[in-house]
Design a protein around this ligand. Structure first.
Ligand code: ATP
Ligand code: FE
Length: 389
């Protein structure tokens, strides 16, 4: 089977060609066009701009993927497209592109859950059997799932507020680093001291495997402010003026669009910034490691089979976090699987793969595909994000 995949749920336009076969050679081509530059001035992804850009470049992505794979439309057996969750305009642009291609070629169409794409990616490049425990850790999500089949996911726990990717992005903004923040914070952290600035590890002692990251993000903002005012004080000695300037940086910056403005005026010393990045990354790694240990214990109670653990999603591209999770698994004698970095962040190979998995299991094609802004993988588990706020 040869599948075309299309992805456009956030700010990456992507197309990929996948061919069923041994794990090592399945991805024939994977094209990803980011939109970072388009959104840079706004300090975040602007949905309307994203949707328009997807509509403009998706056809080119598809052409480029076909050309790179040396495959024609006539060689395809199916088309897979992200049908949600995500920014609705972008998802619609992808669904329309896919429906157009399907109508023109008569090829069957699969509407794929973006999160299922992330969740099944560990099986794309590894011989990993169902079931496995998954930590899905991305820009908008953080959850422990038991993956039982291509469309069977059981949620064990997850974040009660922010997703770690979102926290990486906010921390980058707070510290005047460009977006997406994850790779930038990781680069800074590599030469920073993770122990100099103390940061909290929310919910660490609580039972179960729910996680929390919003307090951590706020703590980074406070630490930055006190480092800046300490530095200002030393540099100029004008204390009254300094405390006046402090009010220039209200905590509202954490959630407001004005975050972006800080980058230019962030007067943080380079070494302070590196240490804050290192402290933040270490705190995230500690939280994920401890909660993974707890999720593994819960999972083992329920599934006495050979236990396997996989990590997926954009934050799984972080080397420090990967190696911490790998160490947890080694200590527990659990198999550890992490996809190649380029398949952790958004891509269309994972979308084609999720459809291929469903096709092989006799699931689909999907007669009717509609774009869904929200689409939990485990509908029986109430989504926690946004609840009670
Ligand atoms: P979701 O998949 O939850 O809908 P998304 O598709 O926007 O959200 P992904 O593309 O899966 O998210 O992941 C992007 C996120 O991963 C961003 O927040 C980015 O900062 C983060 N990220 C990418 N690389 C790294 C890294 N090396 N370290 C930490 N975070 C990273
Ligand atoms: Fe994603």
């Amino acid at each position: 089977l040869t599948f075309l995949g299309i992805e456009s749920s956030c700010d990456d336009s992507a197309a990929a060609i996948l061919r069923d076969g041994p794990a090592a050679g399945r991805v024939l081509a994977s094209v990803v066009r980011g939109q970072g530059a388009l959104h840079a001035a706004f300090g975040g992804v602007v949905p309307e701009i994203a949707a328009r850009a997807h509509a403009e470049v998706l056809d080119h992505c598809v052409e480029a993927a076909l050309a790179r794979a040396g495959v024609g439309l006539g060689d395809l057996d199916g088309i897979a497209v992200t049908a949600g969750p995500g920014l609705i305009g972008g998802v619609l642009a992808g669904v329309m592109t896919a429906k157009g291609l399907a109508a023109a070629t008569g090829l069957p169409l699969w509407g794929v859950n973006h999160l299922a794409g992330h969740a099944l990616t560990p099986r794309l490049t590894d011989d990993l059997a169902f079931p496995y425990l998954l930590l899905l850790v991305s820009g908008g999500h953080c959850q422990f799932l038991v993956v039982e089949g291509p469309d069977r996911f059981r949620r064990l726990g997850g974040t009660i507020d922010d997703a770690p990717g979102e926290a990486f992005d906010k921390v980058a903004r707070i510290l005047g680093l460009p977006q997406p923040g994850g790779p930038e914070v990781e680069r800074e952290a590599a030469t920073g001291n993770p122990r100099r600035i103390p940061l909290p590890r929310p919910l660490l002692d609580r039972e179960g495997c729910d996680l929390s990251f919003s307090g951590l993000k706020t703590a980074v903002l406070r630490a930055r402010d006190s480092l800046m005012s300490a530095h200002d004080g030393i540099m100029s000695g004008h204390d009254e003026i300094k405390s006046g300037q402090q009010t220039r940086v209200p905590s509202a910056h954490l959630s407001g669009h004005s975050d972006g403005q800080l980058s230019g005026q962030s007067g943080l010393r380079e070494s302070d910034r590196r240490d804050l990045c290192a402290a933040f990354q270490a705190a995230v790694a500690d939280i994920l490691a401890e909660k993974t240990r707890r999720a593994l214990a819960l999972y083992r109670d329920a599934a006495p089979l050979r236990p396997a653990f996989a990590v997926a999603g954009g934050v799984a591209a972080n080397a420090a976090i990967r190696s911490r999770l790998q160490a947890v698994c080694a200590a527990e004698s659990v198999e550890f699987v992490a996809p190649p970095l380029a398949l952790c962040t958004d891509n269309a190979a994972m979308i084609a793969w999720a459809a291929l998995e469903r096709a092989r299991a006799g699931l689909g094609p999907d007669a009717a595909i509609s774009a869904r802004p929200r689409w939990p993988l485990d509908p029986s588990a109430a989504p926690m994000i946004g609840a009670g706020k």
